[in-house]
Design a protein around this ligand. Structure first.
Ligand SMILES: Nc1ncnc2c1ncn2[C@@H]1O[C@H](COP(=O)(O)OP(=O)(O)OP(=O)(O)O)[C@@H](O)[C@H]1O
Ligand SMILES: [Mg+2]
Length: 283
């Protein structure tokens, strides 16, 4: 798809980075992680990766915004308006915490309902991801590692990884790969788990580090989680990723650790939250 003058103007004035044009394309107004001179090569690298089977959304047309290049040390950014293939599906959220202050008044029934909704959505998201077979997880892991062949690599924020049952995992928003980043490879298993699980199960920040969860959601969460971790571990082992890196990645994910959870009866949830926030629930 081409970037017409009209789309360029529309993109330039849009408040969000991304608006959806149709089923297959998005309009982006964003910075790219390279200078104007490097941009063409960077976009070609993405196309080359895609041509070789990596599941990634590529730019089909663009126009730079003049004078927008910024350089910090040896890192440059350039801004423009881009038409990009639309990555389909869902991403993990990058905010898992609900922040409560002991100094404020809350309707704890509402807080509890809202929290329960977030927990349920999170568990459903994992169950949805777990619909896919081992092959999809093998491909995702391979795509993440193989991207470096094209001098680009993942930006490991959870929002940069889309998942749908139909397309599996689609990568967006890569960054240039320089070989000095080789030590970063130890963290790839962590990045992959974070792409799938986000920063873990939702929690209420006032409630210590415990994650309150109901019995039925906990059972579903554990089932989906262990199945997904298992698929990732199998894929990583097939790739000969060192066991130590895999184990470190699993240990690092606090939201995965079972002793971080406290089981609560659904009827006691709002009471529990109010107590842990240092309040008696007001009636
Ligand atoms: N090709 C795409 N398909 C679907 N959604 C997209 C696409 N590109 C961007 N988005 C949406 O817009 C958001 C921001 O885009 P992108 O990650 O490319 O920008 P960014 O400037 O690098 O932001 P960040 O620093 O937060 O990663 C994404 O998190 C995603 O929700
Ligand atoms: Mg991004």
């Amino acid at each position: 798809m081409k970037l017409t003058d009209e789309l360029f103007e529309r993109g330039k004035s849009q408040k969000e980075i991304c608006t959806i044009i149709d089923d297959n394309y998005v309009l982006l107004h964003k910075t790219m992680p390279c200078s104007d001179q490097e941009l063409e090569q960077y976009l070609k690298n993405m196309l080359e990766a895609k041509r070789n089977g990596i599941n990634m959304a590529c730019v089909t047309d663009y126009k730079l915004i003049e004078g927008s290049t910024r350089t910090f040390g040896n890192i440059s950014y350039t801004s423009g308006v881009f038409i990009e293939e639309r990555a389909k599906g869902v991403t993990s959220s990058d905010n898992t915490a609900t922040y409560l202050s002991p100094n404020e008044e809350y309707n704890y029934d509402e807080v509890a309902n809202d929290y329960l909704k977030r927990l349920t959505e999170y568990v459903e998201l994992l169950e949805y991801r777990d619909n896919s077979t081992q092959e999809v997880y093998d491909k995702f892991v391979n795509d993440v590692y193989d991207l470096r062949k094209y001098n680009i690599t993942i930006d490991p924020k959870p929002l940069n990884f889309f998942y749908s049952k139909e397309d599996g995992y689609t990568l967006i928003d890569p960054i240039p790969w320089n070989n000095q980043g080789e030590s970063d490879l130890n963290y790839f298993p962590s990045y992959i788990l974070t792409a799938i699980f986000g920063y873990g199960c939702p929690y209420i920040s006032a409630v210590d580090s415990k994650r309150l969860i109901t019995q039925d959601l906990y059972v579903r969460f554990q089932r989906a989680q262990s199945s997904l971790v298992n698929k990732v571990v199998i894929a990583l082992k097939k790739r000969n990723v060192p066991d130590e890196d895999i184990q470190n990645a699993i240990n690092r994910m606090s939201g995965l650790s079972n002793n971080n959870f406290e089981l609560v009866d659904i009827n006691d949830l709002s009471q529990k939250i109010s107590e842990l926030n240092g309040k008696q629930k007001s009636l």
